[in-house]
Design a binder for this molecule. Structure first.
Ligand code: IVH
Length: 698
């Protein structure tokens, strides 16, 4: 008699495993990670082995997988689809244990030659039997309980990589190819990104994605899922004259008839070679384009496979050698946020430490508020954490049944973090945006480097020489906290930095100095206000004429600016509503950053409104870019070629054909001084005579 305790434990385990089976196989909604399921399964197996009287015909250990769904017709397999023994020792030594067993079963002596194995990957997807009659795919079935599976032919036909007809002149009467339907990681990521964009549910992981797609009742939906396939064995075979004598050669033959077969396979002689394969694949596991959960070793020769035979439902000639799981279960102890370079707040689950994907994980990304809502992750929840490859660990799902009672509240980034944890500036989430952001763009330490690089950029303040490497050093050494500090840098400080010679330090100081004379448009753009690009900055400068008018503008004012909609207006308001940002703007002005201001368009349409200019030749002080900006800031237009509609041609040194054309058409000519005078005096063609050619300063 078994003790009541053991009986109770076995009953509880069976119930729990059945529940997970149902959730996984029937509902496509796994409740626990594989590793946890395997542990429960192994515990039950161990109990049943130790106490044979516990074993009942309805134990989940008696079947290999789940039952057929109501919607799919059952398919009785001509040759049962067996399971494969799992070597529980995940270290390389597991390979040696298998070899020892095989040699013993084959009655080999120590000095007999090493056994020849085919070593391959253990793909993490869904096992499928493909039945080809006279070379044509007639049926595809899942494994089901090993004896009877489900007819998923329609869905499998949507998998492009599975040939509908074998590339053979004289195909066998019957050839059943067995293998794994799986989803590549990049396909999985792309598919999920698309789903999220459309506000539709994302897939939990690639394996679940593959299994769920094949078991989709609507083949049109299955067809939208990007699935792949690898063949790894045979089922029923009739009339295959050229059938090879080994497993490895069989896969070669399948590949030659158009079946996808992975190249990641080797012939290995003896345990040492298996161990080498195991280690080599493990080292490259993360860089494979798809998930694997281990490797599989198979005795290569079919005659030896037959000699070894089966125990219960598992062949003695094959073993699965697993790697540490990439999904595990743990609890969420808190939810924090990380502030990115652009101010985006990424929620991060702080986890009870868990060993997953080969490392101990204590943080996992939750992506954004929408993802938190979709997965409904709360502090205190038990969650499934995934770490595959070098990808940041992520929370893939909540184990709903383990939520503490009474339920913890839903998590909201804005409620928990009204102020940025890095700088205390206020946090906002713009309508239609997935992410919450810190508004302290110019001030926030997390955004410092990004803000500085943008500020110094060619189209912003144009501080040549202030690039990534230098910004890194300046910020990391605490020399620069905000763009305003740039104007306090001197040549001696700069020359002390890495890769900075005296000459380059002097050049940089000169570039910083020169950048003080800005235009309003450049300055506005340089502030890095979200959603305010170069064109919007110009429009704003032209419209408001001065910075204080822009800072004072309310939403209604902003909406009157050309091309400014509610989102841009909101971004501008939020930026100037943050005192930290205003403080940096004030300090920039104090540091001597200036620009010409105009009355703006509220009062006048711009001094040069309606006038078209063409620039040619080299002007003595203004770059062409700057001249263009000044003209545009005053409401004028700059065109590329001279026509009758041109009002002024501004000509500098080495002016060419444009000057000639202007003279031919009788268009007014200006030199730089004339242009500056025009900009200054608020010209109209009547009261401001264009300069004569004699004034040109060649
Ligand atoms: S051979 C009799 N080879 O692992 C041996 N299985 O229980 C039959 N799997 O879900 C299986 N990669 O779908 C074999 N290279 C591979 C495999 C593989 C993945 C899966 C298979 C089944 C489980 C074996």
């Amino acid at each position: 008699m078994v003790s009541p305790d053991i009986l109770a434990r076995a009953t509880a385990l069976r119930r729990e495993i059945e529940r997970h089976n149902h959730a996984y196989y029937v509902l496509d909604a796994p409740t626990v990670p594989d590793a946890e399921y395997d542990r429960l399964f192994r515990e039950l197996q161990a109990l049943e082995t130790a106490h044979p009287e516990l074993d009942t015909p309805d134990s989940p250990t008696r079947r290999v997988g789940g039952r057929a769904l109501d919607g799919f017709a059952p398919v009785r397999h001509a040759v049962p689809m067996l399971s494969i023994r799992t070597e529980t020792d995940t270290t390389a030594a597991g390979a040696a244990a298998f070899d020892t067993r095989v040699r013993k079963e084959l009655g080999l002596a120590e000095d007999d030659a090493p056994v020849e194995y085919a070593a391959e990957l253990k793909f993490d997807g869904l096992a499928i039997n493909l039945r080809y009659e006279a070379g044509v795919l007639v049926q595809a079935a899942t494994r089901g309980d090993g004896e009877t599976g489900e007819d998923v032919t329609q869905n499998v036909r949507t998998v492009h990589r599975i040939p509908l007809r074998l590339a053979l002149d004289a195909p066998p009467e019957v050839l059943e190819v067995r293998g794994e339907v799986y989803m590549r990681r990049d396909d999985f990521e792309r598919y999920n990104a698309k789903q999220r964009e459309a506000g539709k549910p994302a897939l939990v992981n690639p394996r679940n994605g593959a299994a769920g797609s094949i078991r989709q009742l609507d083949p049109k939906l299955a067809a939208q899922r990007p699935l792949s396939f690898f063949a790894y064995g045979l089922g029923e075979v009739r009339g295959w004259a050229a059938q090879p004598a080994t497993h490895y050669a069989t896969l070669d033959a399948l590949r030659d008839m158009g079946m996808p077969v992975s190249d990641e396979r080797r012939i290995c002689h003896g345990a040492t070679a298996l161990v080498a394969f195991h280690d080599d694949v493990q080292a490259r596991r993360d860089s494979l384009p798809f998930d694997i959960d281990g490797v599989v070793y198979k005795v290569n020769r079919f005659d030896r496979q037959r000699e070894l035979g089966f125990v219960t439902r598992e062949p003695r000639w094959a073993v699965a050698h697993k790697y540490p799981a990439q999904e595990e279960m743990t609890t969420v102890e808190a939810i924090g946020v990380q502030v990115g370079r652009t101010g985006a707040l990424t929620p991060v689950a702080r986890l009870a430490p868990v060993f997953v994907g080969g490392v101990t994980v204590t943080n996992a990304t939750l992506h954004n508020q929408d993802e938190i809502d979709r997965k409904d992750v709360r502090v205190g929840d038990t969650v499934i954490v995934r770490r595959a490859g070098d990808v940041i660990p992520e929370v893939v799902a909540v184990v709903a049944e383990r939520r503490p009672q009474p339920e913890p509240p839903r998590f909201s980034i804005l409620e928990s973090y009204p102020a940025c944890p890095e700088c205390g500036s206020h946090v906002v989430r713009l309508e239609g945006e997935a992410v919450a952001r810190c508004t302290g763009g110019l001030y926030c330490p997390a955004q410092r480097k990004q803000a500085l690089l943008h500020f110094a950029g060619r189209r912003a303040m144009d501080i040549e020489g202030l690039g990534d490497k230098l910004v890194d050093q300046l910020v990391d050494r605490g020399l620069v906290h905000s763009p305003a500090d740039v104007y306090g840098l001197d040549a001696a400080t700069l020359a002390g930095l890495e890769r900075m010679a005296e000459k380059s330090a002097a050049n940089l100081v000169a570039a910083i100095e020169a950048s003080r004379a800005a235009t309003l448009a450049r300055f506005i753009f340089a502030l890095g206000i979200r959603n305010v690009g170069e064109t919007t900055a110009k429009d704003l400068a032209r419209h408001f004429g001065g910075l204080d008018a822009l800072i004072a503008a309310d939403e209604a004012d902003l909406l009157t600016v050309r091309d400014v909609g509610p989102i841009v207006a909101e971004s501008i308001r939020q930026f100037f509503a943050e005192p930290h940002n205003l403080d940096v703007v004030r300090r920039l002005r104090e540091a001597g950053v200036t620009w010409p201001e105009t009355a703006g368009m509220q009062q006048s349409a711009g001094k040069l409104a309606g006038r078209t200019f063409v620039l040619t030749g080299t002007l003595p002080t203004l770059t062409r870019e700057l001249a263009k900006e000044r003209i545009e800031a005053a409401g004028g237009k700059v065109a590329g070629s001279v026509s009758k509609k041109t009002d002024y041609v501004v000509a500098g040194a080495e002016a060419g054909s444009k000057l000639e054309k202007a003279q031919a058409l009788g268009v007014a000519l200006l030199d730089e001084a004339g242009l500056l005078a025009l900009l200054e005096s608020g010209a109209s063609p009547e009261n401001n005579k264009p300069a004569e050619q004699g004034n040109l300063d060649f």
